[in-house]
Design a protein. Structure first.
Length: 115
């Protein structure tokens, strides 16, 4: 997943410029450009700022397009944000194959939990 491309897609879909995001978040336009072009990966806190500026939940950046209207209308709770920060912190040293394995495991857990 290229988070920068996902962010750019949502930003353009909302009709926003990088300058609009800059004004609302305080993140520099040049930083946003680096994120969108895949030169840097934002922290979860930064993703939350960007999502708030676009009025979408952070989870939307990671969805495969199958989120229901109810889910997309919700914001991440503090507990969910802490959990995502822990995942980010512990997974930062994983290689690409291990990240894919972790994501597959999470998807299986989620599928099992919804039954």
């Amino acid at each position: 997943m290229q988070i920068g491309a996902v962010i750019r897609g949502f930003r353009q879909q909302k009709g926003m410029s990088q300058g609009d995001i800059e004004k609302q978040t305080g993140l520099l336009r040049c930083y946003l450009s680096r994120v969108e072009n895949g030169h840097t990966v934002p922290s979860l806190d930064t993703l939350a700022k960007i999502a708030d500026a676009m009025d979408i939940p952070v989870a939307q950046f990671f969805s495969d397009g199958n989120l229901s209207a109810e889910t997309t209308a919700q914001k991440m709770s503090d507990d969910e944000l802490r959990f995502m920060n822990q995942i980010r912190r512990y997974s930062s040293n994983l290689n690409e194959n291990d990240r894919k394995l972790l994501l597959t495991m999470v998807k299986k857990f989620a599928a099992t939990a919804s039954r």
